[in-house]
Each structure stands twice: as structure tokens, then as C-alpha cells.
Design a protein around this ligand. Structure first.
Ligand code: HEC
Length: 271
């Protein structure tokens, strides 16, 4: 990247940063890293979300008093082990490419009779207001730990979703004329203390994708890939993308496919 552009990026970014959670919550980086280390010693708090998620998966909920245990999240009804490594993928019953969260909304409707708006209501938890979705996703993803990402583009709709996701990744707009690629298509870029992964390069893409969801120390919550994308769109000063929308599934398809072959290792611990 030429030095001029790097300068513009830094200046542009400091304006963006003012709108971010870090700015709302002035944090002493050294203290935060210290807290992070302490947490590492005690294990990852995400385990609490995983346990709650497993219980929620098996609990009879919604107007139909049914559990999610027959939900097909990619490898057939009820198969959880390894399912996250093949997502997003095409599902014939909805005729759509879906990521995990979009798929769970489908199953909550079909199996439990929970309306789409109810299923999406508390998509991001906040303190005592816990999200069913974040917990179930934490559990399901944990069941893919140690397995290799294996996202297919065999179905034409999968290929189409990948191409749409790629367009979204490089699409520049907004007050700073940023795209995802502005921050995530260069090697060795950093903002403050954070390394910005080059998500177009398989090594970085694998490392980044396989460590989400994450327990975010700065937020005290487990955050999913939907939230990561929401948060980065906020940094881009774009309008908030629809939760579990086809657009987010497509962008996730681009990120996940670029991470193929990487060993999945989440929920992780994140800043
Ligand atoms: C203004 C710069 C900026 C833009 C634009 C941006 N991001 Fe980010 N992104 C960040 C920062 C900062 C982080 C956090 C790095 C950290 O905490 O370690 C991040 C983290 C991520 C991560 C997780 C990386 C990891 O290793 O945990 C993903 C995935 C991601 N961004 C995807 C996107 C996508 C998709 C877009 C476009 C919608 C986007 N980003 C746009 C700055 C940006």
C-alpha cells in the first residue's frame, strides 16, 4: 500500500473509531490484556454459553413444544458434529444458501412454531438479556472443534452466494468510501494494537474464520459471525445489515470458503 493511502486510512479510521464501542468504553489496553491473560488461565467463559446452548437445543420450546433436535443444519436432521464446517450451504427446503443463524431461524419456525421475528428478537445478548441464538450457536460450533473447514460451491446457488459475498466484500461506499477490503485485503495492516487479517489470503482467512464465534472480553458476551460482520459494517459506517439475512449469509459464504482447509477452533477468546 502506498504511504499516502496508509495515511488516509489512519486519519479516516480515527474518525470511525470515535463511533465504536472501544471509544464508548475507554479502555486501558495494558489492563485489558492483563484481564485477557487471567481469563485464559481459568478457561474460556464461552463454555457457559456452550452448556446453555446444548440445553436449549434439547429443550421443548415455542408454540409446538418441540426441541431443535431434528433440525438439519447441514449434515442431515439432528447431526451437530462437524456441521459448522460445511456452512454456509444450500438447503433444498428453503431453496436458499444459509449460514448457521439463518438456518436456526428456519428450524425454530418449522419445528417449534416460533415466528421469524421472535426467533430474531434478541439476536445479540446484552448482560442479563441473554440471547438464545448466541448460546445455541456457541454449542453447535464447539462440536466442530478440531475439524477442517469444508465449504462447498458445487451447487449453483452456493457459487452465486460466494460471488455476491465477494462483491459485498469489495463494495466501497459510505462517508469514508470504505469496503471490507480497505481494512482486510492487505498483509500486515494494523489499527492500534490490532492486526487486521487479510481475508483474501487463505492463511489469514483460515485463522480469522476458524476463531469465531468468540467470547469478547470487551463485551462480556459470546459473539457470532453475524455480530462480527455487523460490527465491521458499523466501523465502515454502513447501515446495519439485516440479521440472518441472505446478504449476510452470502458475505459469510465468501469468508468461510476462503478459510477452507483451516482447522476449526472456536468458540475462541477475543479482545
Ligand atoms: C475500518 C476498518 C475495517 C473495516 C472497513 C472492516 N473491518 Fe473487519 N475488522 C476491523 C477491526 C479493527 C477488527 C478487529 C481486530 C481485532 O479485534 O483483533 C476486525 C475484525 C474482523 C474479523 C475477525 C478477525 C479475527 O481474526 O478475529 C472479520 C472476519 C472481519 N473483520 C470481517 C470484516 C468484513 C466482512 C468487513 C466488511 C463488511 C470488515 N471486516 C470491514 C476493521 C475493519
Amino acid at each position: 500500500m502506498n504511504p499516502m493511502f496508509r495515511g488516509v486510512l489512519v486519519v479516516g479510521f480515527s474518525a470511525v473509531a470515535a463511533a465504536t464501542a472501544w471509544a464508548q468504553k475507554p479502555s486501558n489496553t495494558v489492563q485489558e490484556i492483563e484481564r485477557y491473560r487471567e481469563l485464559l488461565q481459568d478457561g474460556n467463559p464461552a463454555e457457559l454459553w456452550e452448556a446453555r446452548g446444548e440445553a436449549l437445543w434439547k429443550e421443548q420450546r415455542g408454540p409446538k413444544h418441540a426441541s431443535l433436535e431434528r433440525c438439519d443444519i447441514g449434515l442431515g436432521p439432528g447431526v451437530v458434529k462437524g456441521a459448522y464446517t460445511v456452512l454456509p450451504r444450500y438447503f433444498a427446503d428453503t431453496d436458499k444458501v444459509q449460514d448457521l443463524e439463518s438456518r436456526l431461524v428456519t428450524c425454530m419456525g418449522a419445528l417449534q412454531g416460533i415466528s421469524e421475528s421472535d426467533a430474531k428478537k434478541v439476536h445479540f445478548g446484552n448482560g442479563p438479556k441473554k440471547s438464545v441464538m448466541e448460546a445455541v450457536v456457541a454449542w453447535i460450533t464447539s462440536e466442530s472443534r478440531g475439524m477442517k473447514m469444508n465449504v462447498s460451491l458445487d451447487n449453483p446457488k452456493e457459487k452465486e452466494a460466494y460471488e455476491i459475498g465477494k462483491k459485498m466484500f469489495f463494495y466501497r461506499a459510505g462517508p469514508h468510501d470504505f469496503s471490507c477490503a480497505t481494512c482486510h485485503s492487505h498483509d500486515g495492516l494494523r489499527i492500534r494494537l490490532q492486526d487486521l487479517p487479510n481475508l483474501t489470503n487463505p492463511r489469514d482467512a483460515q485463522r480469522a474464520y476458524t476463531t469465531w464465534p468468540g467470547y469478547r472480553v470487551s463485551q462480556g458476551e459470546v459473539r457470532t459471525m453475524q455480530h462480527r460482520i455487523f460490527d465491521c459494517y458499523r466501523q465502515q459506517r454502513f447501515p446495519e445489515p439485516g440479521y440472518a439475512s441472505d446478504a449476510v449469509s452470502a458475505l459469510t459464504m465468501y469468508l468461510a470458503r476462503n478459510a477452507n482447509g483451516g482447522t476449526y477452533n472456536a468458540p475462541a477468546l477475543k479482545r
